[in-house]
Design a protein around this ligand. Structure first.
Ligand code: BYC
Length: 318
């Protein structure tokens, strides 16, 4: 009989050789649990992430913007579906995951607990939040777990459209009236630091990074990705003619990167623990949507059952 150590060694050798791990392959229990944790948190983030933007669908400034925003919010729902499906391949039930979200046991990205108070916020979310999401998720296309990696390929294509639509909203505002320019700068001031927090705690305070890197779930650390994000945004901010609200932001010739200021980690953990400006509202809205959508799930189940019975009856006649 193969013992657990040798199974673990074989598993790690496969990961090191860049061979994808598939649902029916043997995997360490902790690897399975890490993936369930990360993928489900990611799925929850997608569907909670629909809410701050959904808030502006009825108030988009013109038809073109409305169409773009509806498509984006719909894409986020689709991302949630791929991710819940990827998570189910690890042996969990979607209903249990949803229950964990509704009862506050599961985390989702801190960023979606901030309010969207002006139209410029929709542009800022596209540019900064989707920008941060892409930075984090492109490496996940190479994640060692096959179903997650494959789901991420499609998600990233759509995220890149989202980022561009956000940037274009902001570019338009940057060429507009003084009031529009002010609205743009105000949105950047409010969204910059929460976007920086999306990458998670600093490496020294990140309990999961080292193991997830070894298993090639994560390909870069939280701080490495955050630095890449700062470097890209600092340059793009010049095109938008906005100031990033960080007095310590400065190009460092020696490092070949931008230096930046300290994140307010008390604010971050406070939001993660459920005390952000919109945490309660977001969960209440999700629960309401789930309850009101019960009839759709029941109808789909009844239809599937009817189809199954018809097929069964047809094959027994034949
Ligand atoms: N918010 O050891 P760490 C999107 C938690 S984008 C809340 O570094 P890990 C979208 C972390 O879960 C957003 N919690 O963990 C974009 C852990 O708690 P537990 C979603 C956070 O997993 C636009 C603890 O802190 N993206 O969907 O190695 C529109 C210690 O952290 C946060 C993803 O989920 C945070 N910001 O690294 C719509 C991408 N950061 O589990 C939607 C996939 C950390 O021990 N996820 N925590 O209780 C990842 O890449 C990684 O899970 C993270 C964290 C980089 C987020």
């Amino acid at each position: 009989m193969t013992d657990i150590t040798s199974l673990e060694e074989q598993f790690q050798a496969k990961v090191d050789a860049e061979i994808k791990i598939e649902p029916k392959d043997w995997m360490p229990d902790k690897y399975r649990k890490t993936l369930i944790r990360q993928i489900s948190q990611h799925a929850h983030s997608e569907i909670v992430g629909m809410l701050p933007e959904g808030n502006w669908i009825s108030r988009a400034p013109n038809l073109r913007r409305k169409v773009g925003l509806i498509a984006k919010v719909q894409d986020e729902a689709g991302h949630g579906l791929y991710l819940y499906s990827a998570c189910e391949t690890l042996g969990v039930e979607r209903a249990d995951l949803i229950d964990q979200l509704h009862t506050g046991k599961a985390k989702y990205s801190s960023i979606f607990n901030y309010p969207t108070t002006t139209w410029a916020d929709i542009g800022a979310i596209g540019w900064l939040v989707d920008g941060a999401a892409i930075m984090n998720q492109v490496p996940l296309c190479r994640c060692s777990y096959g179903p997650y990696a494959r789901a991420m390929v499609r998600v990233c294509k759509e995220e890149s459209f989202h980022q561009r639509q956000g940037f274009e909203i902001l570019l338009t505002l940057s060429r507009g009236s003084d009031a529009q320019k002010e609205m743009l700068q105000n949105a950047i001031d409010r969204w910059w630091w929460p976007s920086m927090m999306m990458f998670g705690p600093s490496d020294g305070d990140s309990p999961h990074t080292a193991q997830s890197m070894k298993w090639k779930i994560k390909r870069f650390t939280n701080d490495e990705l955050r630095q890449k994000f700062v470097d890209v945004c600092a340059e793009q901010a010049k095109v938008l003619n906005v100031t990033l609200p960080d007095k310590d932001l400065k190009w460092n010739e020696e490092r070949g990167h931008y230096d930046f200021g300290e994140i307010d980690w008390d604010e971050f953990w406070n939001v993660v623990k459920g005390n952000g400006p919109c945490n309660k509202q977001r969960i209440e809205t999700r629960k309401k949507a789930y309850e009101e959508g019960a009839w759709v799930r029941e109808a789909a189940m009844a239809y599937a059952e009817k189809k199954r019975k018809r097929k069964e009856a047809a094959s027994s006649v034949a």
